[in-house]
Ligand binder design. Structure first.
Ligand SMILES: O=C[C@H](O)[C@H](O)[C@H](O)COP(=O)(O)O
Length: 225
């Protein structure tokens, strides 16, 4: 089993019968979904809230019952991947472009568990370009404002066209040299007109499931404030 497979499957152990489960997006949480699909087939009863069209499609194939955010009173647990995590369990997410829905679901969840192989662990966030979702209207101007914050920016493209999120927006990938104050940067970016949200998830993760070099599970828990 590869590292993503191991950590992805481990997270499924936290899902109990009757729970409403936020279903993240990406190649690590894919393995959580596969495991949940098998558990549902064996009789586990859950409702999933998908964070992307891609995840909704996979969950449907696996026959995991789905609901929308607005149909549920609360989310018991959300499980998702990350592009980077630091020792405070702050994250960069959005490599797959799903950050807005992911943040909405993570915020609404009583427990937010991140599944991440050890390559995602960093001392300081920022080696991975920070994804910022912007509305298409005025995107060039919005990108200029972001650049003024001393970050290098790049409009994400697929096949020569701007990449479009499930919300119909664009992603600007921003390289900041190192993000010493993630909370501050998160709110500065979100104050720029045209920015929908950014991939900094600060103080949101309750647990990161990763593994050590010997492939032993490591469960990192956030200290209660
Ligand atoms: O938009 C995508 C998400 O934030 C993913 O959870 C993140 O990019 C990690 O993905 P992966 O597990 O494929 O590295």
């Amino acid at each position: 089993m590869n590292e993503k497979n191991i950590v992805g499957e481990l997270a499924a152990d936290f899902v109990k019968d009757g729970m409403v489960v936020g279903l993240g997006t990406g190649s690590t949480v894919y393995f959580t979904l596969m495991k949940l699909g098998a558990l549902v087939e064996a009789g586990l009863s859950i409702q999933g809230i998908p964070t992307s069209v891609q995840t909704a499609e996979l969950a449907k194939k696996l026959q995991i019952p789905l609901a929308s955010m607005d149909e549920v009173k609360k989310i018991d647990i959300a499980i998702d991947g990350a592009d980077e995590f630091d020792s405070n369990l702050n994250l960069i997410k959005g490599g797959g472009g799903a950050l807005v829905r992911e943040k909405i679901v993570a915020k609404a969840a009583e427990k937010f568990i991140v599944v991440a192989d050890p390559s995602k662990m960093v001392k300081t966030l920022g080696a991975f370009p920070l994804p910022v979702e912007v509305v298409p209207f005025g995107a060039v101007q919005t990108e200029n404002y972001i650049r003024e914050l001393q970050g290098k920016t790049k409009l994400r493209q697929t096949n020569g066209m701007p990449f479009q999120t499930d919300n119909g927006n664009f992603i600007i990938d921003c390289s900041f040299p190192s993000i010493i104050k993630p909370q501050e940067l998160e709110s500065i970016l979100n104050n720029i007109p045209g920015v929908v949200d950014n991939g900094l998830f600060v103080g949101m993760a309750d647990m990161v499931i990763t593994i050590d070099p010997g492939h032993k599970p490591v469960l990192l828990e956030r200290e209660k404030q």
